[in-house]
Design a binder for this molecule. Structure first.
Ligand code: GUN
Length: 306
């Protein structure tokens, strides 16, 4: 078997065209969705993600702005920028690029983001609402994966999904969303992580295997059942002297060998990555719509009620 490629890039383009049309409609009502990004330090991967996010905003017709702080920025300096974004009516979405140079600051910084502008879905209020199945901003990478599955006609209902990785950004929210009784969920979910003994015992049982471990070659062909669907969330830089910048990107999955066994697989790059940015645009548009409705005095806004 040679797996069908799940083309995240094409799905992302399709969705971005829809978002661009909706953005233009909102602009006709004099509201331009705006995303504010804070980048602390000079991690090269974070820098390139932030650049890609800003380019995507411009292509969708959205406003974006960026603040950069040095790696040595204090907690107070970071919180002051977030607070400025909270109070700026042109900003509908706030994104603090993670990881921060000092990981210990992350909970306080995320806590400071106005939940009404939390387009990453990382604020404790957003996480709690997501876990309860209440309307909220869903975290972008897990939400993007659900859209890849849906738009590729892959049903999760009744399937056994094995998620490898328990990060707050991907594995944990994704496992929760997939287990909910919802259009995108209703799956039986197993979550594996670095403490899992005999990882292959679990991955071999997966109808849908999601690799979000953050380590190249975590999933090899012997760990995948014939005919499984494989979603690769990994973005790992491996040295490549032949490449222009000295590295190339690979996922967590040994792509060529696993492709020969699986029914469908996402490539890296061009799979999950473009969907993450797309869902960020989706959430920013939704936040701007809600701000416009609040301004017009509409009732029933879910964050205003919370
Ligand atoms: N770092 C890696 N992925 C993400 C993401 O989706 N949002 C933010 N803010 N930081 C990240």
């Amino acid at each position: 078997m040679t797996a069908r490629i799940l083309d995240g890039k094409a799905i992302a383009q399709e969705m971005r065209a829809e978002i661009k049309t909706a953005t233009a409609r909102l602009q006709a009502e004099h509201v331009t969705p705006g995303l504010a990004v804070l980048l602390v330090g000079d991690n090269p991967a974070s820098r390139s993600y932030v650049t890609a996010k800003e380019k995507a905003c411009a292509e969708a017709g959205m406003h974006s702005e960026e603040v950069r702080l040095p790696a040595a920025a204090t907690r107070e300096q970071i919180l002051a920028v977030v607070q400025r974004f909270n109070l700026d009516p042109r900003v509908h979405g706030i994104l603090v690029q993670l990881p921060l140079p000092d990981h210990a600051m992350e909970p306080a910084v995320i806590d400071m983001i106005d939940p009404a502008k939390d387009v990453d879905g990382f604020h404790p209020l957003s996480v709690g609402r997501m876990m309860l199945g209440l309307p909220t901003f869903l975290p972008c990478t897990p939400h993007g994966i659900l859209h890849i599955l849906k738009r590729s006609g892959i049903r999760t209902s009744g399937a056994h999904v094995v998620v490898v990785g328990r990060s707050n950004i991907v594995g944990r929210p994704l496992a929760n969303m997939l287990s909910q009784k919802s259009e995108f969920g209703n799956a039986t979910v197993t979550m594996c992580h670095t403490g899992t003994r005999d990882l292959a015992k679990y991955t071999l049982q997966a109808d849908i295997l999601i690799a979000a471990a953050g380590r190249a070659r975590t999933i090899t062909a012997e760990m995948v059942r014939d005919g499984a669907v494989v979603i690769d969330v990994g973005v790992n830089r491996v040295p490549d002297p032949a490449a222009k910048n000295g590295f190339r990107l690979v996922g967590d999955v040994d792509f060529d060998a696993v492709r020969a066994k699986a029914a469908a697989i996402t490539p890296v790059p061009g799979g999950v990555g473009p969907m993450t940015i797309t869902m960020l645009l989706y959430n920013t548009l939704e936040s701007a719509r809600r701000a416009a409705a609040r301004r017009a005095g509409a009732q029933g806004d879910w964050l205003a009620r919370s």
